[in-house]
Write a protein of this length. Structure first.
Lengths: 310, 330, 324
C-alpha cells in the first residue's frame, strides 16, 4: 500500500485545517467587537471594559488565540455570549441533525443520480437520455430555496401531506432531503453520463468485447470501475458544498441543524458560536476532500502503486 | 575525410550535456532519484550538414534537441551556437538567435492554432520580429508556400482542412520564413502515411540543398535517417554510443547496439529475418542505472569488463567514434 | 476456414452514412498467415473489427463472414460472445491503452479463461502463469499482481498476446501489433508471433502499414487502398513484381537500406477522404498510368496468375528489386 500518499494527504488536510482555524479566528476577531454588538446601545465605557475582561477580550489577539487553541484541543469552544451555555454542548445537539439530513440527501442523490447517468450514457441520444439530461439541468439550475418553498406550498399548504417544519419524523425529513438531493442528483447524473461515455470510448472496452465479455459485463466490470474515479471526486467535493448550501434549506424548513443555528447566532452576534460553526463547516470541506483523496488512491492503482514498485 | 571535417565551420557545439530530472520518490525519506534523460552527450553539427540522431524511446534524443534549442536548460554542460553559449545570452541576442534556430515536431495539429488561417500563422513570426511591411510579408508567405510546394490558395485554409502532409509543409514553411540557419526536426514524418513520407522527405532534401540549411534530424526510422542524413549519432539511454558519417555507419557498424538496431529494420525482401540480432527485453528506463556500460544488460556480446566501467566515445579514425570496449580495446 | 464475401461497412456520422469498406472478399485457410497492408484509413483494421463484430454502434456491416460454415454477421449477440476471445481473438496497436488500467494483469487474463471455460480460480491462475511463460514474460507468478502501467509497452503487448491465446484460438488477428513499439522490441514481438503460429497452428491475420513487416512475416498479402482490396497474392511475387500501380508506388516510395542515391519516388497527392472518393478507380487521381477507362468504375479483382489477383484495368508489370 502506498503509505506515503495517504500520509501526505492527511498532513496536508491537517495543515489546511490549522490555517482555517487561524483565518476564521483572526478575521472574526478583528472585524467584530462583541462588546459593542452584544451590549445594549446605552452601555457605558465601564460596562464595555468589564464585558471584555469577563470574556478575556482585553488581552492581545495573539494571546486570545493561544487560549482559544488550547481550549479547542480540549473540545472547549468557549461559552455563548448570549446565554452562557457551553458552545460545544449547543453544537453537539444540533450537529447530528445536520449530518443526518446531509447524509440522507447524499444517499438519495447517489441512489438516483448515478443509475440515471449510466442509463443516459448507455442510451446516448435516445429520448430517455435527452429527458434525463433535461431534467438534470432543471434540477441543478433551480435555486433550491425556491424549490423548497414550492414544495411547502404544494405538499404542506395545499395537500397537507407533509409537515413543513421540524425534524421529528421521517415525514419531516422527506422534503428538505429531496430539495437538497434534487440539484445534486442532476449534477451527479450529468457527471456520471460524461464519465461513462468517456470510459466506454476507451480502447480497453474494445478489448473486453473482443474477449467475449457481454455488454453488461463490459459496462459494469470494465467501464464502471474506471468511471468511478472522476465520479467520486465530484461527489466528494459536493459534500463540502452541500453542508454550506444546507444553511439556506435548514432555514426554509426550520430544520434544527447547525445551519439554522448559524443564522440565529449571526443575528444576535454570538461570536463563539459563529466561530465554531464556521470552523466546522470549513473542516467538513477539508474532510470531504481528504475522503476523496483516499478513495481516489484506493480506486486508482496508478496512484496506489507507482511504476517502480516491485 | 578527417581533415576536411575540421576545416568546416561548426554551427552547433554540444559540450558534455547532462539533463537530469528529479523524480518524485515513493517513500517518505528515500534518497532522491533522477531520471537521467541526457547523460554526458557531446557532438558538433557542422554548417550545411544533415545531422541525424537515432535511438529508441527514452534514449534522450528529444531532450537533446530541446537542449540545443535552449527550450530546456542543461543540468551540466553547454551548447554553443555559432561559437556563443546559448544559455548565457542576453535577451536581445537570444531573440536574434531564436530566429536562426527553428524547429518542427511530429504533432502538426498541436503545433498549429486551430482558429487562425495557416497563412496568418506563417506570417506571425515576421510580425513578432518586425520583419518587412504587411504587403511584403504576404508576398514572403506566398513565396514560402511555393517553396514547400503548396498553392497560394492554402493561405486562407485552416489546419483541420489540411491533410497531415500538408500540415507538415505549413509548419515547415512557418519555420523557414525567418530564414533560419539551423532546423531541428523531431520525428517530423513519423505521423505521416508511407506514401506521403516520401513527398516530405524529398522536400526536406530539396530545401537542404537549395537553402544550404543545417538540419538536426531526429528519428527512430533508420530507413529515412540513412536516406537523408550525412552524419549520424546513435543514442542509447542518454548517451551517444556511436557517431559516424552515414555511409560509414551503415557499411561498418561497430557498436553492438547499432548493429542490433540496424538489423531490426524489417527488410523488404520476403523471408529474410534470418540474420537478425535479437535483443532481449525493452530499453530500460534511464533511472538508477548500474555502473558499467548501460547497454550491457541487453548486449549479446557483454563481457565482465562491460559491467565494471562505462566506455567512453573513442575516435576509431575516419571520423567514426564508438563507445564500446569490444571495439576500442582491440 | 474463414470466407468473407462482399463485406461493406458504413459509419453514421452526423446523420450521414459514410462508407469505409466497399466490398472486401477474404479467404483464409487453417493455419495460414495473411497480411493486410495499407495506409491509415484504408479499412484494414475495420475489416478485422467487423469480422469480430466489435465495431462501434454507429457502424453497419453488410455482407457475409462465413466462419466454419456459419455466418458470423447473422449470429445472435450471445452466440457471438462465445466465439470472441475463444475461436477468434484480436490484439491491438497500443497495448497499454487496450488494457484496463484498474485491473491486474492476472485478473485480465483469467477473465478470458473464466468467460469460456469452467474452472476454479486456482486453475485459471495456473493457466495464466503458463501463458505468461509461453509469451516470454520473466517471473510470471509475481507479474500476475501487476497493473498495466507497471509494465513496459513490449511486456504489455506480450500480456495482450497471452490473453488472446488463453483459449487456444483458431484465428488470431493482430492489428498493427508493433506500431507503438520500438524497433528492437518489434523484432521480438514479431518473432514471438511467428513462433506461436508455428507451434499452435492457428491462422493469423497480420494488419500493418509497414511493408517490411509484411515481407518478413506472412506468405500471402492483401494490399488495401480506400476501402478496397487492390492487390492480393503471394508475398514473394508481389514484392518482386507488383501488378497494381499503388503497390508499386508504395514499394518504391520507401528508402532502401542497401544504398540508394537520389530522390525517393513518392506517390503524388493524398489518400481521398472516405466521403470524397473519386468517381471510377479509387486510386485514379494519384495513378501515373491513368487512362479514360479508369474513370468508368472501380475495377474488380481479376486473376493475374494463379492466386495473384489485382484490381486494375491496366495492371503494370512492376519491378521491385527488394533489398538484401
Amino acid at each position: 500500500m502506498h503509505l506515503k500518499y495517504f500520509l501526505m494527504k492527511t498532513l496536508r488536510a491537517l495543515l489546511t485545517s490549522l490555517l482555517l482555524v487561524v483565518f476564521v479566528f483572526f478575521v472574526l476577531g478583528i472585524t467584530w467587537d462583541p462588546a459593542q454588538s452584544m451590549l445594549p446601545d446605552d452601555a457605558t465605557e465601564e460596562d464595555m471594559v468589564e464585558f471584555r475582561a469577563m470574556w478575556g477580550l482585553d488581552k492581545p489577539l495573539i494571546e486570545q488565540f493561544w487560549v482559544y487553541c488550547k481550549n479547542f484541543v480540549h473540545g472547549d469552544f468557549g461559552q455563548s455570549y448570549k446565554d452562557g451555555r457551553d458552545v460545544f454542548e449547543i453544537i453537539s445537539q444540533r450537529l447530528p441533525k445536520t449530518v443526518w439530513l446531509m447524509g440522507m440527501s447524499i444517499i438519495f442523490s447517489i441512489i438516483f443520480g448515478l443509475p440515471l447517468g449510466i442509463y443516459a450514457a448507455l442510451h446516448r441520444n435516445s429520448f430517455g437520455d435527452r429527458f434525463v439530461m433535461g431534467a438534470a439541468v432543471f434540477g441543478f439550475s433551480m435555486p433550491n430555496f425556491f424549490l423548497g418553498i414550492m414544495f411547502i406550498l404544494l405538499f404542506s399548504m395545499k395537500l397537507h401531506w407533509l409537515p413543513s417544519a421540524g425534524s421529528d419524523t421521517w415525514l419531516h425529513l422527506l422534503m428538505p432531503m429531496i430539495t437538497i438531493g434534487l440539484s445534486r442528483m442532476g449534477s451527479y447524473a450529468r457527471y456520471t453520463r460524461s464519465a461513462m461515455l468517456n470510459v466506454l470510448s476507451k480502447q480497453y472496452c474494445i478489448t473486453a468485447k473482443a474477449k467475449g465479455a457481454s455488454r453488461k459485463r463490459m459496462v459494469y466490470l470494465h467501464a464502471l470501475p474506471n468511471a468511478a474515479i472522476p465520479i467520486v471526486t465530484v461527489i466528494g467535493t459536493s459534500i463540502g458544498h452541500m453542508v454550506g448550501g444546507g444553511v439556506v434549506i435548514e432555514n426554509v424548513f426550520a430544520w434544527p441543524g447547525i445551519g439554522r443555528l448559524l443564522v440565529t447566532s449571526v443575528a444576535v452576534r454570538d461570536l463563539p458560536v459563529v466561530q465554531a460553526i464556521v470552523i466546522i463547516l470549513g473542516l467538513s470541506m477539508v474532510l470531504a476532500n481528504l475522503l476523496v483523496d483516499f478513495t481516489y488512491g484506493l480506486l486508482d492503482p496508478r496512484i496506489r502503486v507507482t511504476a517502480g514498485d516491485k | 575525410m578527417s581533415d576536411t571535417a575540421d576545416t568546416r565551420e561548426k554551427l552547433v557545439e554540444a559540450k558534455g550535456l547532462y539533463k537530469h530530472y528529479a523524480l518524485k520518490s515513493d517513500k517518505l525519506f528515500a534518497k532522491k532519484r533522477y531520471l537521467k534523460a541526457v547523460d554526458g552527450v557531446s557532438f558538433d553539427i557542422y554548417k550545411g550538414e544533415f545531422f541525424g540522431v537515432v535511438g529508441e524511446s527514452g534514449c534522450g534524443k528529444s531532450t537533446t534537441a530541446k537542449l540545443v534549442l535552449d527550450m530546456e536548460h542543461p543540468t551540466k554542460g553547454s551548447v554553443l551556437f555559432k561559437g556563443k553559449e546559448v544559455g548565457k545570452l542576453k535577451p536581445k541576442e537570444w531573440r536574434a538567435i531564436r530566429l536562426d534556430m527553428q524547429m518542427i515536431f511530429q504533432d502538426t495539429l498541436g503545433a498549429l492554432d486551430p482558429y487562425m488561417c495557416v497563412g496568418k500563422q506563417i506570417q506571425e513570426p515576421l510580425e513578432i520580429h518586425n520583419i518587412g511591411d504587411p504587403k511584403k510579408r504576404k508576398q514572403m508567405v506566398l513565396d514560402i508556400l511555393d517553396a514547400v510546394s503548396l498553392k497560394p490558395i492554402f493561405y486562407d485554409r485552416y489546419p483541420h482542412e489540411l491533410s497531415g502532409g500538408q500540415r507538415q509543409r505549413i509548419v515547415l514553411a512557418r519555420a523557414l520564413i525567418v530564414k533560419p540557419q539551423l532546423l531541428v526536426c523531431d520525428e517530423p514524418i513519423s505521423a505521416l502515411d508511407v506514401s506521403i513520407q516520401a513527398q516530405v522527405v524529398n522536400l526536406f532534401k530539396r530545401i537542404h540543398k537549395e537553402l544550404n540549411l543545417t538540419f538536426m534530424f531526429i528519428s527512430h526510422d533508420l530507413r529515412i535517417v540513412k536516406h537523408v542524413c550525412n552524419r549520424i549519432i546513435v543514442m542509447y539511454l542518454g548517451r551517444v554510443v556511436e557517431e559516424a558519417e552515414s555511409d560509414e555507419l551503415f557499411a561498418n557498424t561497430l557498436h553492438p547496439y547499432s548493429q542490433a538496431l540496424i538489423s531490426a529494420v524489417p527488410s523488404l525482401t520476403p523471408d529474410s529475418q534470418a540474420k537478425r540480432i535479437m535483443l532481449h527485453g525493452d530499453p530500460p528506463n534511464p533511472i538508477d542505472l548500474p555502473k558499467g556500460c548501460r547497454f550491457a544488460s541487453r548486449c549479446p556480446k557483454c563481457t565482465p569488463r562491460c559491467l565494471e566501467a562505462e566506455p567512453e566515445l573513442v575516435d576509431m579514425g575516419n571520423n567514426h567514434k564508438v563507445a564500446c570496449f569490444l571495439v576500442t580495446d582491440k | 476456414m474463414l470466407h468473407v464475401r462482399n463485406l461493406k461497412v458504413d459509419f453514421e456520422v452526423d446523420g450521414r452514412k459514410i462508407r469505409i469498406l466497399h466490398g472486401v472478399d477474404l479467404d483464409l485457410e487453417e493455419g495460414e498467415t495473411l497480411g493486410l497492408v495499407g495506409e491509415s484509413g484504408c479499412g484494414k483494421s475495420v475489416t478485422c473489427s467487423s469480422i469480430l463484430r466489435i465495431l462501434a454502434d454507429n457502424a453497419t456491416v453488410t455482407g457475409e463472414v462465413m466462419y466454419e460454415g456459419t455466418d458470423l454477421l447473422k449470429l445472435p449477440a450471445s452466440k457471438m460472445e462465445t466465439i470472441r476471445g475463444k475461436d477468434i481473438t484480436m490484439i491491438f496497436q497500443d497495448p497499454v491503452v487496450y488494457m484496463n488500467p484498474v485491473k491486474t494483469i492476472g485478473n485480465q487474463i483469467t477473465e478470458v479463461i473464466h468467460l469460456h471455460e469452467k474452472c476454479t480460480q486456482e486453475e485459471a491462475d495456473r493457466k495464466a502463469v503458463a501463458l505468461l511463460k509461453q509469451v516470454g514474460i520473466p517471473h510470471p507468478e509475481s507479474r500476475l499482481k501487476y497493473y498495466p502501467h507497471q509494465l513496459s509497452g513490449g511486456l504489455c503487448q506480450r500480456v495482450m498476446i497471452a490473453m488472446a491465446l488463453a483459449c487456444k484460438p483458431k484465428l488470431l488477428m493482430a492489428d498493427e501489433p508493433t506500431t507503438a513499439l520500438d524497433v528492437t522490441v518489434q523484432a521480438q514481438i514479431l518473432d514471438l508471433l511467428r513462433n506461436l503460429n508455428k507451434e499452435l497452428g492457428m491462422a493469423t491475420i497480420l494488419v500493418t502499414h509497414d511493408l517490411g513487416v509484411i515481407a518478413e512475416n506472412v506468405k500471402r498479402v492483401m494490399v488495401m487502398y480506400a476501402g478496397v482490396v487492390v492487390e492480393e497474392g503471394p508475398v514473394d511475387i508481389i514484392f518482386k513484381k507488383p501488378s497494381h500501380p499503388y503497390t508499386e508506388g508504395l514499394l518504391n516510395s520507401l528508402p532502401k537500406m542497401d544504398g540508394q542515391e537520389g530522390d525517393l519516388v513518392p506517390i503524388e497527392g493524398s489518400v481521398p477522404a472516405p466521403d470524397k472518393r473519386p468517381a471510377g478507380c479509387c486510386f485514379g487521381p494519384r495513378c501515373k498510368y491513368k487512362t479514360a477507362e479508369c474513370e468508368k468504375g472501380q475495377p474488380k479483382l481479376t486473376v493475374i496468375n494463379g492466386i495473384h489477383r489485382c484490381a486494375c484495368f491496366h495492371p503494370v508489370n512492376g519491378t521491385f528489386g527488394g533489398e538484401a
